[in-house]
Design a protein around this ligand. Structure first.
Ligand SMILES: N[C@@H](CCC(=O)N[C@@H](CS)C(=O)NCC(=O)O)C(=O)O
Length: 206
């Protein structure tokens, strides 16, 4: 099995973390941004979006990070990252979809503004809107985490993975006004205890 994508990409990190949690072995190839590759004709054939990550498993090619995490969790982590119970499974899947549809898009302007843009080019209106929207989204997580250890229940599941990547980044920004979120902070402290999370996700704001 081969995973293609630079290790500082949030979407690639989802897959790296999932593989590390489950002890999955794979070949890795850097691609994207500073590594290029995504602009080649060869890459276009495996992902017409020219994005990473891409997983190649024999003759099966899969792109979209959450789809990859879902497949690897089902194949190698049944009853662990991929819950057997249908409701717990749907709950975990819901958080993965919510990351793609809500948390991620609301986060983008802040991340690009504070990490990628030069100081003089920062669009503060967009950044501040993004901070407010993200704080509200994290409040939703905090509410759900009041009742349970992890997002889909008492154990870590695939549902925590895409969200954990963003929460790490949120707590890494300096100079933003973060309101206290005690349940989210407790959950995040649990993630930090995991060697796989520290190794794959806590690597700076790439
Ligand atoms: N929805 C896709 C988004 C993939 C995506 O936007 N990947 C970014 C990295 S986080 C990318 O490939 N950017 C171009 C590059 O790195 O060259 C997924 O979840 O896999």
């Amino acid at each position: 099995m081969k995973l293609i994508g630079r290790k500082n990409s949030s979407n690639v990190q989802k897959v790296l973390w999932c593989c590390a949690e489950l002890g999955i072995e794979y070949e890795h190839q850097d691609a994207g941004r500073e590594f290029g590759v995504v602009d080649t004709d060869e890459f276009l054939k495996i992902n017409p979006n020219r994005r990473v990550p891409v997983l190649i498993d024999g003759d099966f090619i899969l792109w979209e990070s959450n789809a990859i995490v879902r497949m690897l969790s089902a194949k190698y982590g049944m009853g662990k990252l991929f819950p057997r119970d249908l409701q717990t499974q749907a709950n975990a899947g819901r958080w993965m979809d919510w990351q793609l549809a809500t948390l991620g898009p609301d986060f983008t302007a802040m991340f690009h503004g504070l990490v990628r843009d030069k100081r003089e080019n920062r669009q503060w209106d967009a950044i501040n809107k993004s901070i407010i929207a993200t704080q509200a989204n994290l409040q939703i997580l905090d509410h759900y985490l009041a009742e349970q250890e992890f997002l889909a229940g008492k154990d870590l599941t695939m549902g925590d993975i895409p969200i954990g990547i963003y929460v790490y980044r949120w707590y890494e920004f300096d100079k933003i006004d973060r309101k206290p979120l005690p349940n989210l902070e407790r959950w995040y402290a649990k993630l930090i205890e995991r060697p796989a999370f520290r190794e794959c996700v806590m690597v700076g704001l790439g």
